[in-house]
Design a protein around this ligand. Structure first.
Ligand SMILES: NC(=O)c1ccc[n+]([C@@H]2O[C@H](COP(=O)([O-])OP(=O)(O)OC[C@H]3O[C@@H](n4cnc5c(N)ncnc54)[C@H](OP(=O)(O)O)[C@@H]3O)[C@@H](O)[C@H]2O)c1
Length: 226
């Protein structure tokens, strides 16, 4: 499948590399290709500069947000939650119409430091805001409740089972995302319902962050035991 990964950070790099390895035709979308490729230093969180990552992953294309979106059959939103609506607007509503978007972003607000708060919660969600702003896009919220390496290779990160959630209004889109999740190695997929159920998974983030602080690692996941 032709996939556009919007985002050059940890999630964008990890999933773009993994999806290309699985045989998909992947293009990473970014605001300014030259500026992103000029980033070669690893940051303080251990995330490679995008330019260095791109050199090591020559099979993954790099393009502007609009060009990446235009050429894609399916998109991933792996951008900062605060920037996601602006990023999708820059990608162009006409390039998004009718396509599936896996929305991985979380509405984290770091303005008061760490741990972040959520800038939308309880009665709305980032997933819903994206769906409302781009009604012709088929938004499926998923993968946002685990760290990037667990998204990409659940079976190789941590022993045991992993649960991943789906929220979205379009049943066919969720089926498409389910196939991709299975390719990544996710076997326990819970369809929570329509896009309003993204409130639940986005509100898991405050717990996820406390679990990371308590256990000293981000290599863990939620498992729902029935
Ligand atoms: N890191 C994880 O393991 C993890 C796990 C679960 C969910 N998430 C969520 O996934 C998303 C991506 O996380 P991340 O850690 O990979 O990267 P990130 O640092 O949160 O976001 C990087 C991306 O956001 C874009 N961006 C940042 N500020 C922007 C602005 N003002 N205007 C336009 N674009 C802007 C950047 O665009 P350019 O490429 O143009 O610079 C870059 O592609 C976030 O919403 C995060 O909450 C992350």
């Amino acid at each position: 499948m032709r996939i556009a990964v919007l985002g050059t950070g940890s999630v964008g790099q990890t999933l773009a590399g993994r999806l290309a390895e699985l045989g998909h035709e992947v293009t990473v979308g970014t605001r300014d290709v030259a500026v992103s490729l000029a980033r070669t230093e690893t940051d303080q969180r251990g995330v490679a500069g995008f330019g260095a990552w791109s050199l090591a992953n020559p099979g993954v294309g790099v393009a502007t947000l609009a060009d990446a979106a235009r050429g894609a059959e399916l998109l991933l939103n792996a951008t900062s939650g605060e920037a996601s609506l602006a990023v999708l607007a820059a990608a162009g509503a006409e390039n998004l119409a009718g396509k599936v978007l896996i929305d991985i972003a979380n509405p984290l607000d770091f303005s008061a430091g760490f741990p972040p708060t959520l800038f939308v919660k309880d009665d709305d969600s980032l997933g819903e805001r994206i769906q409302a702003a781009f009604p012709q896009l088929k938004v499926v919220k998923s993968l946002n409740t685990m760290t990037a390496s667990v998204m990409a290779r659940p079976v190789e990160v941590g022993e045991g089972d992993h649960t991943v959630f789906l929220s979205g209004d379009d049943a066919e889109a969720k089926k498409t995302v389910g196939v991709l999740l299975a390719e990544l190695g996710h076997t326990d997929v819970i369809d929570l319902g329509d896009i309003t159920t993204a409130r639940g998974t986005e509100m898991l983030l405050p717990l996820w962050i406390r679990l990371m602080q308590a256990t000293g690692t981000d290599r863990f996941n939620f498992k729902v035991v029935r």
